[in-house]
Design a protein around this ligand. Structure first.
Ligand code: PBG
Length: 337
């Protein structure tokens, strides 16, 4: 009986899955190198690249190697890099004062990259975590039990102007202080940098997936203690409506690009934000997303190439116009081939 079972169907979706040609004709989402942004870690005084233990294949680079890497990335059609400095711990203090030093590592790196590869867009983080001894994104209040919003915003606005002067195309406040996008826009305009854009980390969750990044930039000093919880400024992973409120506030304050972070576990949020604003939407496939794919691939439990591609495709399909990903270079090389 099962042998000659027949269905009388008008619709057989499998018809369009029969051949590669048909697949190509009905494909809805295509990844391009131009969709990708490469986050890169920069360090001083290291003759050779230092691999980040929890991020196999990702290295901290000195400025000369960073410039070479940027050239290679640009050649592959990736339009932008996001730079993150790893500071010598001796340079850190409670207020993150090195963030306002004209000769600080990231500003020297920006100047070198913009000089060597001016067509490549350069993005820098506006937040104090690489500079503070406690690893928080801002300065602490007098009793040291929270990050002080307004004083932090004052510092961030200065930091953004210095980054603009160094030549960045976009500043990216990742600190989640209230009102910082508006304050940064005002400070940039007042200093004459009306053309420098703001890629706002508008919807940034207090996520476990940032663990490997904190190893990479050395901001995990107080990890596991109450002090490093970023829950008083980063968003609760349980919240969806709040994401729309954060995005709307940043649009109103003058953000040019709205970011959602992390990406893979927040595809619903990417879609909601996509539908709620006409601004370009960025998504950050963060360090932990990269590391878990790498780890499973190393154990032989997942196929690296397929998982990498699928993870990025899903983020684009969810509504991201651009994706920050540690896979940017290798993915662009594959897409270009
Ligand atoms: C810090 C910052 C973080 C990331 C980007 N900027 C970490 C944090 O908030 O502690 C995370 C990126 C990643 O995990 O890849 N302002």
């Amino acid at each position: 009986m099962a042998d000659n079972f027949k269905l009388d169907l008008n619709h057989r979706p499998r018809r369009l899955r029969r051949t590669a040609a048909l697949h190509a004709m009905v494909e809805e989402t295509v990844l391009r190198p131009a969709d990708l942004i490469a986050p890169l870690f920069v360090v001083d005084d290291k003759p050779v690249p230092e691999e980040i233990k929890s991020m196999p294949g990702v290295f901290r680079l000195n400025i000369a190697d960073l410039v070479k890497e940027c050239r290679a990335i640009h050649r592959l059609g990736v339009p932008a890099v996001a730079l993150f400095p790893k500071l010598d711990p001796k340079l850190k203090d409670d207020d993150g004062t090195q963030a306002l030093n004209e000769e600080t590592l990231v500003l020297r790196a920006v100047r070198a990259v913009k000089k060597a590869v001016p067509e490549l867009a350069v993005i820098t983080d506006v937040a104090l975590d690489p500079y503070t001894s406690h690893g928080h994104d801002g300065v602490l209040n007098a009793v040291r039990d929270d990050v002080e919003n307004d004083r932090t915003v004052g510092i961030l606005a200065k930091m953004a102007v210095m980054q603009a002067r160094a030549g960045v195309d976009l500043v990216a406040p990742s600190d989640m202080m209230d009102g910082r996008v508006g304050a940064i826009r005002e400070a940039l305009d007042a200093a004459g940098f009306t053309g420098t854009g703001i890629m706002a980390y508008s919807v940034k969750y207090n996520s476990a997936y940032y663990g490997p990044f904190r190893e990479a930039v050395g901001s995990a000093q107080a990890a596991g203690t109450r002090l490093l919880s970023k829950a008083t400024y980063q968003m609760n992973p349980a919240n969806r409506r709040e994401a729309i409120r954060e995005a709307q506030l940043d649009v109103a304050e003058g953000a040019d690009i709205i970011m959602v972070k992390p990406a893979g576990a927040y595809l619903d949020i990417i879609r909601e934000v996509r539908n709620a604003t006409t601004k370009p939407v960025a998504a950050y496939q963060v360090s932990g997303e990269y590391s878990q794919i790498q780890a499973a691939a190393r154990l032989g439990w997942l196929d690296l190439a397929r998982t990498r591609h699928e993870s990025l495709l899903a983020i684009k399909r969810a509504g991201a116009d651009m994706i920050l990903t540690y896979f940017a270079k290798e993915m662009a090389a594959l897409l270009k081939a």
